[in-house]
Design a protein around this ligand. Structure first.
Ligand code: FES
Length: 394
């Protein structure tokens, strides 16, 4: 009897899976290569954890399947971790710091964000041997030989150094014919991450120069201090001519440095930056409709498919939280929406908005086609009226 029940359950699951992910009707022999380059997800095992500073840890992860290499990536990209905390299944993106020239393992530097949901959990609970589900590598912040030229300026704030560590490893290992200046802003000397890695790279490659700038320098610090101003940038790089700039840091740091670069006359198309992620307080973002009563509960109606049938659920949400977070918090497994960047960049969470109004931070760009057909990115969209989503339309 027990076996029959198991069989029936498996049959039901298979039917449901076939509806959601129908078996492809063609095979062209490239499926294995495609899956290797762009796996739907990767199961990773934590093999090492190292404390880098008071609030940052380094995690090394390998593929769970010993013979399977990890998906390749470009230096500067990130992977998304999908984890379950107190029955809430959610994901967060983390930049890769390891070199893309080896795929035996990935390394990530994760900073514990005070008041955060995922990073404090990873920081406190993850142990060697744990298995973590991750996305394929994603993100647009990487060196582009055609458009970025040979003179690169990396401007990093705190843990924003992580994609640059991977890029510097790549450049130094392959001895690329480039000139690189890195201005690395931190609070104190203890907050300088990967200090030895950076020292070692500079020792081996004379065309890579790293300058640490401390905003809360102690009396014994003899290096640069203060903020990353235009004067400091010019002092380090000489002139802005034929240089390409990358900025990675928190939102205030980015806006500050961007204004300094503008004053120096750096055109926008010579500046790249990483996606910002979710703001700490959406009501402080430019354009937020101040007339909204933030204490009022919003209703989200969701159409979705289960076992071939269209069903509907209504959940309560807050206008100050991204729609995706509210859906995840609702603990409805059948409502799972894929996500990666959580910044409106990767489009994995793209969802049809049937009606209702949302607020999106002004720096997030939406494709014209999505605007015309009312598709939104719930990871970075905030409901400001009751809304209706349809998860069946893609
Ligand atoms: S998770 Fe990338 S766009 Fe929403």
């Amino acid at each position: 009897m027990e076996d029959i029940k198991k069989y029936q359950k498996a049959e039901k699951l298979k039917k449901w899976r076939d509806q959601v992910e129908p078996t492809p009707w063609y095979y062209d022999g490239l499926e294995n290569l495609c899956n290797r380059l762009h796996p739907q997800n990767q199961l990773l095992k934590v093999t090492d954890i190292e404390q880098l500073s008071r609030d940052t840890k380094l995690f090394r992860l390998v593929s769970v399947k010993p013979k399977q290499l990890l998906a390749p990536f470009r230096a500067g990209q990130y992977i998304g971790f999908t984890i379950e905390i107190n029955n809430v299944r959610t994901s967060r993106p983390y930049s890769l710091v390891s070199s893309p020239n080896q795929l035996a393992y990935y390394e990530l530097g994760i900073k514990k964000k005070e008041g955060g949901f995922v990073s404090p959990y990873l920081f406190e609970n993850t142990k060697v041997g744990d298995i973590i589900e991750a996305t394929e590598p994603m993100g647009n912040l990487y060196y582009n030989r055609l458009f970025h030229g040979k003179n690169l300026v990396f401007i990093a704030g705190g843990s924003g150094c992580t994609p640059f560590i991977s890029m510097l490893r790549d450049i130094s290992e392959r001895d690329l014919p480039l000139n690189v200046w890195m201005l690395f802003g931190c609070l104190t000397e203890e907050d300088i991450l990967f200090r030895n890695v950076l020292k070692d790279i500079q020792k081996r490659r004379s065309y890579i120069k790293v300058v640490n700038i401390l905003s809360e320098a102690g009396s014994e610090w003899t290096g640069e201090s203060g903020f990353i101003t235009k004067d400091k940038i010019l002092k380090v790089i000489g002139s802005i001519e034929k240089k390409f700039f990358y900025i990675v840091g928190n939102r205030p740091m980015y806006h500050f440095v961007l204004d300094e670069l503008k004053e120096l006359g750096v055109p926008q198309h010579r500046i790249a930056h990483e996606a910002f992620g979710v703001p700490d307080d959406i009501t402080q973002i430019m354009g937020w409709p101040v007339e909204i009563d933030t204490s009022k509960k919003i209703q989200i109606t969701i159409d979705f498919r289960r076992y071939g049938k269209i069903e509907q659920k209504v959940i309560e949400a807050s206008c100050t939280e991204p729609i995706l977070n509210s859906l995840e918090r609702a603990e409805l497994k059948e409502l799972e929406i894929k996500s990666g960047c959580r910044s409106g960049e990767c489009a994995l969470c793209r969802t049809k908005l049937v009606f209702g109004k949302i607020f999106i931070p002004p720096e997030v760009t939406t494709r014209e086609a999505d605007k015309n057909y009312n598709f939104i990115h719930p990871c970075i969209s905030y409901p400001i009226t009751d809304i209706h989503l349809n998860l069946n339309e893609t």
